[in-house]
Design a protein around this ligand. Structure first.
Ligand SMILES: NC(=O)c1ccc[n+]([C@@H]2O[C@H](COP(=O)([O-])OP(=O)(O)OC[C@H]3O[C@@H](n4cnc5c(N)ncnc54)[C@H](OP(=O)(O)O)[C@@H]3O)[C@@H](O)[C@H]2O)c1
Length: 280
């Protein structure tokens, strides 16, 4: 197992449903965490919980000036970071044609471009360490493109491409590891009420974030290059790779439900009864 004791780990999306649990697991294994998110209030909650084992950094990853500020701080850490965990993301459930150009740009900037730029800027720091790792939290939709999630799927396919290409580019460097780890649907605020309603109608299982983080942490400690959480999802991802037309056919049958749930809120039928977002 790869030791985490005494290491400095940067976690983006640290205040999220999965991120919060990942941070707790990393601290439990002796890591010092630099927790990154936009909202200072959620970061303060984490700081109260973990004390000296955590440093909170308010930062909009998609903002160049914020990322520069983060890098300046990372360069001055007493224990330089030897692991970057990219767990931040925007969700993107909705019909592609109904999404604005600004929201599409924001989604790709947040999920892909800013991840790439942060990773690029941190590589010299990471490579100066005897053992370093970059862990990207992906998604099933990064291997199996899903209707109603076109831009989100594109951003996660891009993230997977980035991490797999870098793993191959640095394959002869034993001191640097790249890991792409994919949760399946997880019960966090990430899923809007409409996405939750769709999951229920399609009988998509939603994992608990604690359990997902436990699986991700085990994969981080083993140094797994890839992980797909969930058995049917593993199978569908493989099927999609080998026989994509089978998945095309299966998803075509789900289009009516996807379109109905993806309608903008003010145009949905009154009879639809949506849950409140899951808090965590
Ligand atoms: N939940 C699921 O069903 C599911 C399924 C598959 C994969 N995933 C992936 O798992 C990861 C974690 O998801 P989650 O469920 O924990 O999501 P979440 O609860 O919605 O948390 C998202 C996190 O990202 C941060 N964030 C979003 N935009 C940001 C930005 N521009 N700059 C900095 N931080 C930003 C949020 O903090 P602030 O709002 O404070 O910035 C929050 O900490 C994501 O990569 C997601 O794609 C989730």
């Amino acid at each position: 197992m790869i030791p985490l004791q005494g290491r400095s780990v940067v976690v983006t999306g640290a205040s999220g449903g999965i991120g919060t649990c990942l941070v707790a697991g990393l601290v439990e294994h002796g890591a010092h965490v630099v927790a990154v998110a936009r909202q200072s209030h959620s970061l303060m909650v984490l700081k109260d919980k973990h004390g000296d084992a955590l440093e909170a950094m308010t930062c909009d990853i998609a903002d160049d000036a914020d990322r520069t500020r983060l890098l300046v701080r990372l360069r001055s850490l007493q224990t330089p970071p030897s692991m970057l965990v990219l767990s931040h993301a925007m969700d993107g459930f909705g019909l592609f044609e109904q999404q604005s150009e600004a929201s599409l740009r924001r989604l790709v900037d947040t999920n892909l471009t800013s991840s790439m730029l942060l990773l690029h800027a941190m590589l010299p720091l990471l490579r100066a360490q005897p053992q370093a790792a970059v862990v990207a939290i992906g998604s099933t939709f990064g291997s199996l493109a899903f209707p109603g999630f076109a831009a989100y799927s594109a951003s996660k396919f891009g993230l997977r491409g980035l991490i797999e290409a870098l793993a191959r580019e640095y394959a002869d460097d034993d001191a640097l590891r790249f890991q792409y780890l994919s949760p399946r649907a997880t019960r966090t605020r990430f899923n809007s009420p409409a996405a939750q309603a769709l999951n229920r109608e399609l009988s998509v299982h939603e994992d608990r974030p604690e359990e997902v983080a436990r699986r991700l942490l085990a994969a981080i400690r083993r140094g797994d290059a890839r992980l797909q959480v969930g058995w049917p999802e593993k199978l569908f991802v493989r099927l999609n790779g080998a026989f994509p037309w089978l998945v095309d056919g299966s998803l075509r049958g789900k289009l009516a439900a996807i379109r109905r749930h993806a309608l903008p809120l003010d145009t949905r039928p009154d009879t639809e009864n949506l849950d409140e977002p899951v808090s965590h």
